[in-house]
Design a protein around this ligand. Structure first.
Ligand code: KIV
Ligand code: NA
Length: 275
């Protein structure tokens, strides 16, 4: 399994880091086989798996439940679990309690939190307690309700300057990695140059130190609308629907199950049954 220092070395060597979300056991197993560097149990779980209309509904119990499944499927891959909405915004005590619980229950390698400002102190608190933290800047889905929705961030010089300062603050607070979501590619390049920890982009261009995508977007699984920055490498949803239609038809027309699927009782047992 790669370590936080391996990721820093990869950045220093110009070697890109691949991150992908996962929410269950089989996906985690496949991702490990496919040699993905980092698995993120994102709170996008709420939207792509649980059908909520925002990540703000996701609970600590749900993150723990799915984090455990991913860990069981990918024992040798670095796993990051998202701290859900509201679990790191209260007092230092409750934040630490929540973080420790999620970290221990899931056996994650790290936790991720969104934002800067008051969150910087929480990053420091968690890393001081021994939990590696991945920061998340740019578009922040958990607070999209107050920040004006899902829009490209850091487009003005002032906003870009603030974002660079925030990234430096995350690094100073002990974060080992930063996810940067939905910002101009020029800004992602600036941020990647401003800090020595890896920048993992999503909708942030090719000059980040690595990339992350949501699994369901990457394989087109689900009806949700895909953002501009997504590339899909499979059409899993269509394949599944096709399989379901074939199964449905086969049951109705009696072609499933066939002789090859059935179990047989010996003739003598049948005779004994009928007397
Ligand atoms: O929850 C998630 O999937 C994320 C990624 C989009 C970075 O936070
Ligand atoms: Na997330």
């Amino acid at each position: 399994m790669k370590s936080t220092t391996d990721f820093s070395k990869m950045k220093a060597n110009g070697e890109k880091i691949s991150m992908l979300t996962a929410y269950d056991y089989p996906t985690a197993q496949i991702a490990e086989q496919a040699e993905i560097d980092v698995l993120l149990v994102g709170d996008s779980l709420g939207m792509v798996v649980l059908g909520y209309d925002s990540t703000a509904h996701v609970t600590l119990d749900e993150m723990s439940h799915h984090g455990k499944a991913v860990r069981r499927g990918a024992k040798d891959t670095f796993v990051i679990v998202d701290m859900p909405f509201g679990t790191y915004h209260g007092s230092a005590d409750t934040t630490l309690q929540n973080a420790l619980r999620l970290f221990q229950e899931t056996s994650a390698n790290a936790l991720k939190v969104e934002g800067s400002g008051a969150v910087i102190d929480k990053i420091k608190l968690m890393t001081t307690a021994g939990m590696p933290v991945c920061a998340h800047l740019g578009l922040l889905p958990q607070s999209a309700g107050v920040s004006g929705g899902y829009k490209v961030q850091g487009k003005t010089a002032a906003a870009a300057k603030q974002l660079i300062e925030d990234a430096k603050a995350c690094e100073a607070a002990g974060a080992f990695m930063i996810v940067l979501e939905c910002i101009p590619f020029q800004l992602a390049r600036e941020v990647a140059e401003a800090v020595s920890i890896p920048i993992i982009g999503i909708g942030a261009g090719a000059e980040a130190d690595g990339q992350v995508l949501v699994f369901h977007d990457m394989v087109r699984y689900g009806n949700h609308k895909l953002p501009k920055f997504v590339e899909s490498y499979a059409e899993v949803g269509k394949d599944i629907e096709g399989a379901m239609r074939l199964y449905n038809l086969a049951v109705k027309d009696g072609s499933f199950p066939s002789e090859s699927h059935r179990f047989t009782m010996k003739e003598e047992e049948l005779e004994a049954l009928y007397g």
